[in-house]
Ligand binder design. Structure first.
Ligand code: ACO
Length: 319
């Protein structure tokens, strides 16, 4: 049997930090409101000349270095993003060129905040075919470009960043299971309802959201998908060493941990410093916990994504 294993992680955050206090000068909000409702204190914002592929490149270089390989060893690239550099070519192809390699398949994964979990799910299937040795899976987002900076109910929630992992083929998992789901009937509760038509922007390409509905949906499916992963692997809740859920809101994360009977000490959180970086949130948190030594060999790590679509899913890893 062929399996895949994460052998390197990396991440990148733009240098500009926007605090809740900074936002107080832009919209009618307060640090206290944002922090108590979401757990967010600050977010990073990309420079005008930084695109998703630039953030992806910096994170990828770090993951490739951590894996002890060179870009030439990569034979598959998946970039999860909702904020691509352009309509096409894909951000994955742009990243491939920036890495100075060619030939291997490269494609984008569009599953909004579940994008990284979907990307790992897709790459793991490629690796299980036995045809690939090293896959680069990246989550990279510049949500600052699709926010209405006059809408206090959404602009305070998101940030920019990128995270990346290198998957290596192995004879044992590694990636134990991936469970992916979608329900397109919920499209309207979280969307960027715009597109390009005839050389013009058609619709309104700025994020809109029914916050309360999204909150309830996220708590429900993050609990369900964890139970699904544990059942499929004959594991108990107590077997989870680290939970890395999508970082949208600390109250969603706390409710999910409560449902699973997990202490918050077993949950990796970055939402206070990064805000919601959509497809980048899980690999950013993963990289932090790997590099500071929390995640160690032999531990069970559960990644969870949930986002627009609606999409949701899990990846269970034996580190
Ligand atoms: N500052 C001050 N007041 C605000 C702000 C703000 N930034 N935003 C909204 N308000 C006001 C509202 O206008 C409302 O005022 P009103 O009562 O006079 O009408 C009041 O605060 C309460 O608004 P609610 O929406 O009821 O506040 P709630 O406690 O539900 O928190 C929030 C809103 C934080 C958006 C919450 O619903 C939430 O976190 N939902 C999940 C959304 C999310 O995380 N989305 C991320 C993308 S989805 C994903 O990644 C899975």
């Amino acid at each position: 049997m062929n399996f895949s294993r994460i052998v390197g992680t990396g991440s990148y955050l733009p240098s500009r930090i926007l605090t809740n206090r900074d936002l107080e000068r832009m919209v009618d909000t307060s640090d206290e409101w944002v922090f108590t409702r979401t757990g967010i204190r600050q977010r990073h914002v990309a420079a005008d000349n930084e695109n998703a592929s630039d953030l992806a490149l910096a994170a990828s270089r770090r993951a490739i270095e951590a894996a002890g390989i060179t870009p030439r060893d990569i034979d598959l690239i998946v970039v999860a993003t909702t904020t691509p550099d352009m309509v096409f070519p894909s951000t994955a192809c742009i990243l491939q060129a920036k890495l100075g390699i060619k030939g291997c398949p490269a494609f984008d994964m569009q599953a909004v905040c579940s994008g990284f979990v979907y990307g790992i799910g897709a790459a793991d299937q490629f690796m299980r075919s036995g045809q690939y040795r090293h896959a680069l899976v990246v989550g990279a987002e510049v949500y600052s470009r699709i926010l209405d900076w006059k809408d206090r109910s959404t602009c305070v929630l998101f940030g920019d960043g990128a995270g990346a992992v290198v998957l290596k083929a192995d004879t044992a998992p590694g990636i134990m299971s991936c469970h992916l789901h979608a329900d397109g009937s919920y499209a309207d509760i979280l969307s960027v309802p715009g597109t390009v038509r005839g050389g013009e922007v058609s619709g309104r390409p700025l994020l809109k959201m029914e916050g309360g509905t999204v909150f309830k949906f996220a708590v429900k499916v993050l609990g369900e998908v964890a139970e699904e992963a544990l059942a499929a692997n004959n594991l108990a809740k107590s077997d989870i060493d680290w939970l890395i859920p999508h970082q949208a809101n600390i109250r969603i994360i706390q409710a999910t941990a409560r449902k699973l009977g997990l202490s918050m000490e077993k949950v990796v959180t970055t939402v206070d410093r990064h805000a919601n970086t959509s497809a980048a949130s899980v690999p950013l948190a993963l990289d932090e916990a790997v590099r500071d030594g929390r995640i160690r060999a032999g531990q069970h790590v559960l990644l969870e994504g949930v986002g627009g679509g609606f999409t949701w899913g899990s990846v269970l890893i034996k580190w």
